[in-house]
Design a protein around this ligand. Structure first.
Ligand code: NCD
Length: 317
């Protein structure tokens, strides 16, 4: 097993599958009256959150508690970070308190990698800037496998603000390792130029990468996919205007009822949350039986239990 989980690219197919299989076992705990295993008793997990979060923070906390770890929740607001304490000094403080694992969310891409150099324990990236969010990719893969029975050979469309999405980046890396094909869909302004180039699309086209495709036309992609993953338009990370108006965006790239009906019968709709209802997804779609949005949240706890268990208590310590 690896020591840190920083990127979707850290996992080979064997390790990723081991995490998904362990998560399936962890999921049985959620159905019990006492939702607890003693696996991480005496271990300390610190949740270090420098950026807002609902699902991910609560999910990691629930996961660590279900494994009986001691959990310390640190949020930058109300800490000495507001007095200017550096990430390194905060890390050394956590180290002195005996943190076995640090789960970190940070607005700066690469912050978890820096932390991993300073700490003896394990570091789990819970989202760094616009870079990566590997446990989200794992819970998405888990949800696809649970609903559709496999990952190899699936066609997954990831739609919307790909440029600012750490969820998209981690999913592309993990899904290609697990044998799924990904098509990135969005306005040209919100698809990273290098990804479009690698997919052979646009003026900078280079040798095509067979695993990842780019398409600017959502309607053309929908009839051929098994999964459509909608991304939130991340206005907090946008200084400029990337599209003419919210209405125009919704018209071209929003998933609504008529578009839902153009998907194959078995296809599922995913969204990592939080949603902009009415922008990238209509309430009709978000609340439909084809949507796995609530399941993704539940699966997130099982997947994070598996990650913490394998990093800390699992087979090599
Ligand atoms: C995502 C995130 O924070 O990266 N949400 C999540 O973790 N469930 C996606 C987003 O903010 O849009």
């Amino acid at each position: 097993m690896i020591r840190h989980l920083l990127s979707g690219g850290d996992l080979d197919a064997g390790t990723a599958t081991e995490i998904l299989d362990t998560a399936a076992e962890m999921a049985t705990v959620a159905g019990r009256e006492v939702k607890k295993l003693p696996a991480l008793r005496g271990r300390t997990v610190v949740n270090l959150f420098y950026e807002d979060s609902t699902r991910t923070r609560i999910s990691f906390e629930a996961a660590a508690k279900r494994l009986s770890a001691d959990v310390i929740n640190f949020s930058a607001k109300g800490s000495s970070v507001t007095k200017g304490e550096s990430l390194k000094d905060t890390a050394l403080t956590l180290q002195a308190m005996g943190a076995d694992a640090v789960v970190v969310r940070h607005p700066a891409s690469g912050a978890p990698h820096r932390l991993a150099n300073w700490l003896d324990g394990s570091v789990v990236n819970a989202g760094d800037g616009t870079h990566e969010h590997p446990t989200q990719a794992l819970l998405d893969a888990y949800t696809m496998r649970a609903r559709l029975g496999r990952l190899a050979g699936l066609h997954v469309a990831i739609v919307g603000d790909v440029l600012h999405s750490r969820v998209a980046r981690s999913n592309v890396l993990l899904l290609s390792t697990l044998g799924a094909k990904v098509t990135l869909v969005g306005p040209p302004t919100l698809i990273p130029v290098d990804w479009a180039a690698r997919a052979g699309v646009g003026s900078a086209a280079t040798d095509a990468d067979p695993g990842t495709d780019v398409c600017y036309d959502l309607d053309a992609v929908l009839p051929g996919v098994d999964v459509v993953m909608m991304l939130r338009v991340q206005r907090e990370r946008m200084n400029d205007s990337y599209f003419p108006s919210a209405r125009e965006y919704a018209r071209r790239y929003g998933l609504d009822g008529p578009r839902l009906r153009r998907l194959p019968e078995h296809a599922i709709v995913m969204h990592p949350g939080p949603m902009n209802r009415g922008m990238e997804i209509t309430p009709e779609v978000a609340d439909s039986p084809r949507s796995t949005i609530v399941e993704q949240v539940a699966n997130g706890v099982s997947v994070r239990m598996a990650v913490l268990y394998l990093l800390l208590g699992g087979n090599n310590r």
